[in-house]
Write a protein that binds this ligand. Structure first.
Ligand SMILES: Cc1cc2nc3c(=O)[nH]c(=O)nc-3n(C[C@H](O)[C@H](O)[C@H](O)COP(=O)(O)OP(=O)(O)OC[C@H]3O[C@@H](n4cnc5c(N)ncnc54)[C@H](O)[C@@H]3O)c2cc1C
Length: 749
């Protein structure tokens, strides 16, 4: 039977598929194969196994990690003067650099056996998140050596000798790394780089050795102006056949000490007024021995695979942690500000116009931080999460932009006026940096999340593609036959699942018994099945063309991302002991996500080139129903969470630097606490229709109560105030600034 099926049924399909599917280039194939899939694959299967999510260990900190946050991390944040970094020094202060080195901030991911801190992914993320609430420049400085770069590459691929030599130096900050991939011609398409290495003989430490002559011109490289070692990506050639193989070896990563003759670093870029060290670097005929290739000569030409693999881990931590910090800080400060700032005789947070963005901030922060935690938990299981890390980078930074827009709107003039006490403007300015780096968001959304997710997270697609790529015709057919028919079985089950779940409005979809959240689990199960079916129909009808249909791919990626982030919120709620008080946050997140999912699926189906497929999908997956987001009552409830101290509010904020005298956060916290504490007295005054002065004079309130109100008013006035500058101070920032001469009224006439 199986031979008959193979020869008469599978064979023509196999022949067609081999012709129709575009052959993958080596870089594409390596990018697709990098890293692993995890919970994303469950969501993609159309039938997520909820017990797997429940089994994921809740991320926690060890005593040492906790002590690090309370000790060196807090000390660092107190020492940082973010305004001075961005306006006076154009750099961190020497004391801050020293503190970073002395306390091992640059070696968080390096194991203790090599002199690093050996932190978990979660601890690493908490540190970046914490610092990000004080200074983006400092956070980026800490982030880079711990993310994609020499440290990560050495740990994954370095030889023992390289690890022994470099890791302790990197961990202790004796060596400062930068990672140089991007060049003028090669941005998103990094594989188009023209930076070159040629295998040749040269002199190293007085001896003639086999090595590489490098020439490069990179730009945008973080830490490049101050780094002592570059992790350099270049295209390696061996025209004289000195390595005994091909001329064109391919993308290779090597360690290049910056004190070698021919290396040029030091010039600076100014990235969106955020003065971390970033700049171009050039190399002219720089010679390195072959053992400077990361992983040694065996890894010559394997650079692309190494980069993709290292990216899968680092991308899940750095920017998502910074983004979660920005969203949490936006939620925290906007809630407090909306409570202390009054207009028309009321806290502005009492107006629905402010409650709408506040509600989104509360739920958004809860949800994004949940996704950060789940991702860290996955990374701490030792997984290298390719698709999830792309989702986290893309949606973390996109949501950071949305959150900061809300926070800026709520604060209005207070957030627009720049100065040391403006806690939002530095993050707002830095948003495009997060959007651009580690894979610009448009590329990540349009090409990576679904492009890679579909292939990696789908239960059968990658196996089918590998079978089609097999050179040996008979082997190719046999393997394809097995995977193809498993795929058909999967699709059939998915079809009936999607149909049954959609036509019962999700009621027939499986869910664990989760009290208030059971309906959300059901809806995720329902949409996961609809999604899996839509993906299968898309592969069937569009095949290789799907790669060019970026708009469809982007929306499909959005659905997978929303499913991932929403299930992370469910997991967090569960891990936290299912607190009743957090149910509105979870519901708001769920209703928003489900509305977006419905819309994206509608738009995908509406744009399906094969109309029969669109009609079929609409009938199976979308029987009626409208997209309704969170109702106004729910939004108001979520907004209230941010305006009233509670455990829920604390959970949204998480571990965050508590502010210092220089930034405005401490003043805001102080005013917020005083306004809350004084509320009963103020209510009595309101009920009696009295001003404070009248009430004090008539003895309606005690002297202590009057003093409490006075202190509260002073604290609020400090928050409402914004920075201003004397003309002579301005001249420090704008050297050509001339104080405008005030014209005498007669002269003006
Ligand atoms: C502050 C900063 C720090 C950085 N740090 C480093 C570093 O340390 N090391 C390093 O190597 N690099 C670094 N980079 C480089 C960064 O990774 C690149 O900027 C990024 O990859 C995008 O390249 P590009 O800016 O040249 O944009 P381009 O590639 O020119 O892209 C322009 C736009 O087109 C979109 N686009 C491109 N191709 C497609 C496509 N096929 N489909 C849809 N849209 C597409 C992009 O998404 C983007 O929106 C840094 C950049 C900045 C700004």
């Amino acid at each position: 039977m199986s031979r008959f099926r193979q020869n008469y049924v599978t064979k023509p399909i196999h022949r067609w598929a081999r012709g129709a599917l575009p052959r993958l280039s080596q870089t594409e194939s390596e990018a697709l194969s990098a890293g692993e899939v995890w919970w994303d694959a469950e969501l993609f299967s159309g039938n997520p196994d909820w017990s797997k999510l429940a089994a994921v260990k809740r991320p926690t900190l060890t005593k040492e990690e906790q002590a690090f946050l309370e000790g060196p991390c807090t000390e660092l944040c107190e020492m940082i003067d973010d305004w001075a970094i961005n306006h006076d020094r154009a750099d961190l202060s020497p004391e801050v650099w020293q503190l970073l080195r002395d306390n091992g901030f640059f070696g968080m991911i390096i194991p203790q056996s090599h002199g690093g801190l050996g932190f978990s992914a979660f601890a690493h993320s908490e540190v970046v998140r914490y610092i990000s609430t004080r200074s983006v420049a400092a956070a980026v400085t800490v982030m880079v050596p711990n993310s994609l770069g020499p440290g990560e590459l050495l740990m994954q691929f370095g030889t023992d000798e390289q690890k022994q030599h470099w890791l302790p130096r990197l961990a202790g900050g004796r060596e400062l790394p930068a990672f140089a991939l991007t060049s003028a011609e090669a941005g998103s398409d990094a594989s188009a780089m023209t930076d070159s290495g040629v295998v040749c003989r040269g002199t190293w430490n007085g001896q003639e050795v086999l090595g590489i002559r490098l020439n490069w011109a990179k730009r945008y490289i973080t830490l490049s102006p101050v780094c002592t070692v570059l992790g350099l990506a270049f295209k390696l050639r061996d025209p004289e056949g000195l390595l005994g193989g091909e001329d064109d070896i391919g993308i290779t990563c090597a360690l290049v000490p910056t004190d070698l003759p021919g290396v040029e670093t030091g010039r600076r870029h100014i990235p969106a007024s955020t003065m971390f060290q970033n700049g171009p670097t050039e190399g002219h005929d720089v010679f390195i021995p072959l053992d400077h290739i990361i992983g040694g000569p065996d890894y010559a030409g394997r650079g692309w695979m190494m980069l993709m693999s290292a990216l899968a881990a680092g991308r899940g931590i750095s920017l998502p942690s910074l983004a979660a910090a920005a969203v949490a800080l936006s939620a925290h400060t906007s809630g407090a500000y909306a409570r202390v700032r009054e207009q028309f005789g009321l806290p502005i947070g009492k107006f629905e116009g402010i409650q709408a963005p506040l509600g989104r901030l509360a739920a958004g922060s809860y949800e994004l931080d949940a996704a950060r935690r789940l991702t860290c938990a996955g990374l701490d299981e030792g997984r290298s999460l390719a698709v999830i890390s792309a989702i986290m980078k893309l949606h973390g930074t996109t949501r950071m932009r949305e959150a900061l827009n809300h926070a800026m709107d709520i604060h209005s003039g207070k957030a627009v006026i720049d100065g040391p006490s403006n806690y939002l403007a530095p993050l707002y300015k830095a948003v495009p940096i997060g959007i651009t780096v580690e894979g610009a968001n448009i590329v990540t959304r349009n090409l990576i999340v679904f492009g890679q997710g579909a292939v990696r997270a789908h239960p059968h697609l990658l196996d089918e593609m590998r079978a089609l790529e097999e050179e040996d015709e008979a082997k190719s057919l046999a393997a394809f036959d097995s995977h193809f028919w498993q795929h058909v079985g999967h699709s059939t089950k998915t079809f009936f699942r999607a149909l049954g779940r959609a036509w019962t409005g999700g009621r027939a979809a499986p869910a664990p018994a989760a009290g208030d959240a059971t309906w959300i689990y059901r809806q995720v199960s329902r949409w996961s099945a609809a999604y899996a079916l839509t993906a299968d129909v898309a592969f069937l009808t569009m095949g290789g063309d799907l790669k060019r249909k970026e708009m469809i791919s982007a929306r499909m990626g959005d659905v997978l991302s929303d499913l991932y982030i929403l299930t992370a919120a469910l997991k967090r709620w569960d891990d936290d002991g299912r607190p009743k008080a957090d149910v509105p946050l979870l519901e708001h997140a769920a209703k928003s996500a489900l509305t977006r999912i419905r819309r994206s699926m509608d738009e995908v189906i509406a744009n399906f080139p094969a109309r029969w497929a669109a009609v079929l999908l609409r009938i199976v997956t979308r029987p009626g129903g409208t997209s309704r987001g969170p109702d106004d009552h729910l939004t108001r409830t979520c907004a209230d969470v941010l305006m009233t101290p509670s455990e829920s509010r604390d959970r949204i904020i998480g571990r965050m630097f508590g502010g210092c005298e220089r930034d405005g956060v401490r003043q805001l916290d102080d005013a917020f606490a005083r306004v809350i504490a004084a509320e009963p007295i103020r209510k009595r005054l309101r009920d009696a229709n009295m001003t404070r002065e009248q009430a004090a004079e008539e003895g309606f309130i005690s002297r202590e109560e009057d003093a409490e109100l006075e202190a509260m008013q002073a604290a609020v006035a400090r928050v409402i105030a914004v920075d201003d500058f004397a003309p002579e101070d301005l001249a420090a920032y704008f050297p050509d600034y001339e104080r405008p001469e005030r014209q005498a009224p007669e002269a003006a006439e």
